[in-house]
Design a protein around this ligand. Structure first.
Ligand code: ZN
Length: 293
């Protein structure tokens, strides 16, 4: 054994004896959804290795089923982030089936005081994501106290980085509060509420989210909103492609009602802040184009 190796071995042994942090590498964080994995990476920087299970913007997250590789990713996790509110029930099952002492489990719905039956697209409220970042910083600090200052700095930087998004929401609230819109699914719901939009046709949106057939009455009401120009814009879930939704999108286009696609999963090569800002920009353009007509 070389001298360096002996020194390293004794240092590791000493750390074990002291019961101090003996982390050989970054802290493994597994997020059920990629926007939460993004937040973990932003808060923890290079001290964190974040893995996300749902990361494909072209698949419907409501239909996801866990596989053996999902369970494998979880096995090494020190921190697990789930959305909850029935958005990722597979994660709850996996955690129950594979208990690990010391593993920290963060359920975002608990932070937002939401339960099954509430709109599960919780990350569309920046305040909820900010609360997650703070809990992550606390959990990372508990697991790795030596780097607590860095985690606190990461959390503060993340919170500060949301300021432009919050300002944009406030500005749009000033311009568009009370404006009627409709959506194919309640993906954008929390942000729409922050802007003060009057969200119509929620019966249709809930049916589509739950992958049930929207009732004839709710389809007719939606169609009537579009043909009667009772909404300023139509939001649709770009990640799901139900024929009933595609048909309504086409009617909106025919009626020259601006259509805005939103997604459930964070697209590649972007981050949470940029993703939310670009969707707000698209909605801003859509609503301002109608306001002048
Ligand atoms: Zn959804």
């Amino acid at each position: 054994m070389k001298k360096e190796a002996v020194l390293l071995a004794s240092a590791v042994f000493a750390a074990m004896l002291l019961g101090g942090p003996a982390f050989a590498g970054p802290i493994a964080v597994v997020a059920a959804e990629n926007f939460y994995g993004d937040v973990a990476a932003q808060v923890g920087g290079d001290k964190v290795a974040a893995t996300s299970i749902l990361s494909k913007p072209d698949a419907d997250p409501h239909l996801f089923e866990a596989s053996a590789s999902t369970a494998k990713a979880l096995a090494a996790a020190k921190i697990v982030i789930a959305n909850g509110a029935d958005y990722d029930p597979w994660m709850e099952k996996l955690l129950k089936a594979n208990t690990a002492p010391g593993r920290r489990e963060i359920v975002v719905a608990d932070l937002a005081h939401k339960k099954p039956g509430d709109n599960p697209h919780l990350w569309y409220d920046p305040a909820t994501v900010k609360a997650l970042a703070a809990v992550l910083a606390a959990d990372l600090s508990a697991l790795d106290p030596a780097h607590q200052a860095e985690y606190e700095k990461g959390n503060a930087a993340f919170a500060a980085s949301l300021a432009p998004l919050e300002a944009k929401i406030a500005a749009m609230r000033g311009k568009y509060s009370g404006q009627p819109v409709a959506a194919s699914e309640p993906v954008f719901g929390y942000m729409a509420a922050l802007i003060g939009l009057n969200m119509r046709e929620e019966r249709f949106a809930l049916a589509v989210m739950n992958n049930t057939e929207p009732s004839a009455g709710s389809v007719a009401a939606f169609e009537n909103d579009l043909r009667g120009h009772k909404v300023r814009a139509m939001l649709y879930n770009a990640q799901a492609s139900e024929p009933a939704v595609q048909r309504l999108v086409q009617i909106a286009k025919d009626e020259k009602i601006p259509v805005v696609g939103v997604s459930e999963t964070e697209p590649a090569n972007t981050n949470y802040q940029q993703w939310m800002a670009s969707q707000l920009d698209a909605l801003d353009r859509a609503l301002s184009s109608r306001a002048t007509q």
